[in-house]
Design a protein around this ligand. Structure first.
Ligand code: ADE
Length: 310
């Protein structure tokens, strides 16, 4: 469809190739609810002319969403479209925007959030079953232990996803283990991205509470968000992984924590965490954003640790 230079591009023109007919989309159960969206488990037809279906997560804009909520929904859709082809970033499969309610169809993460996954992996908890993505017969690896090696691998996957989004100057919105998803084979996948300059407005909109335990000092004090503030949150997520999803800074309340962190208090090393690994994590918590390591450096150091271990 030719677009005239003097005419602004309409969303419908941009979205055309992503549109899925409404009759091919089925929602089944509610997974989560936010201020302006619901997330449903669902399925869509894989091809227009065949019966084959694929499982998806459906993000639905609520009718009561305000103009701002609608703006954030569309921004998320546009951003997710460009973040294609990375195994550690939840992929957009399609959208439905011809009529309201608008829907985003996203890759479905079968193991739920990283937070719940880690809880299930706690020593003493019932062992998780991890489905192997490569196995055609959907065989399950029973009694799978999350060991130090697996923890390094999950951390490296999150770094890989963050590296991908940082190339587009995007940040991960509210990065914490409860916002990271886990797919088949225990592969970590990031979701919820935005422009750093929009994070403050979106946090205010979704007012309930800020994820202060994951926030960098400059975010707490000056509402500043960047790739480097994501690196800080990554450090806290790695700490959570090593602690099987424990709450960071358990001894501090929400009100007293910001001043502690701004004054230089840091999370202690997790049990059984090597000095080298705690060294990498600690560098993510450098007071000055520019002193935090970039993702290439973190990836190299994690890889070296994994190789030494094996
Ligand atoms: N909850 C939110 N988004 C999800 C997704 N993509 N897969 C599974 N559960 C989810």
């Amino acid at each position: 469809q030719p677009m005239r230079a003097d005419e602004p591009t309409q969303y419908s023109q941009l979205r055309q190739c992503w549109e899925i007919p409404r009759k091919d989309i089925r929602q089944s159960e509610l997974l989560a609810r936010g201020v302006f969206v619901e997330v449903w488990k669902g399925r869509i037809k894989k091809f227009p002319d065949r019966d084959e279906v694929i499982r998806v997560a459906i993000k639905k804009l609520l009718p009561e969403a305000t103009e701002k909520g609608r703006k954030f929904f569309l921004a998320e859709m546009e951003v997710t479209k460009v973040l294609q082809a990375n195994i550690n970033v939840i992929q957009l499969i399609g959208c439905y925007t011809l009529h309201e309610p608008w829907l985003l169809m996203l890759e479905y993460a079968s193991e739920g959030t990283l937070y719940s996954f880690l809880q299930r992996c706690q020593p003493g908890a019932q062992r998780v079953e991890i489905t192997t993505s490569s196995s055609k017969s959907s065989a399950r690896l029973k009694n799978h232990k999350v060991d130090a090696h697996k923890m390094l691998a999950m951390s490296a996957q999150i770094v890989n996803g963050l590296q991908h989004i940082s190339k587009f100057k995007l940040v991960c919105y509210r990065l914490r283990s409860a916002s990271v998803l886990v797919g088949k084979g225990a592969v970590c996948k990031l979701t919820g991205f935005g422009f750093p300059q929009d994070v403050t407005e979106r946090n205010q909109y979704e007012a309930d509470s800020l994820p202060i335990r994951w926030m960098a000092p400059e975010s707490l004090s000056h509402n500043m968000y960047s790739t480097q503030s994501d690196t800080w949150s990554l450090g806290v997520v790695m700490w959570e992984i090593l602690h099987f999803g424990a709450t960071p800074y358990p001894a501090f309340g929400q009100d007293e924590l910001p001043d502690k962190v701004i004054d230089g208090y840091r999370l202690p090393a997790p049990p059984h965490c090597s000095d080298e690994l705690y060294g990498i994590i600690s560098k993510c918590w450098s007071a000055l954003p520019e002193n935090r390591p970039d993702y290439d450096t973190i990836m190299t150091e994690l890889t070296n640790l994994a190789l030494e271990d094996s």
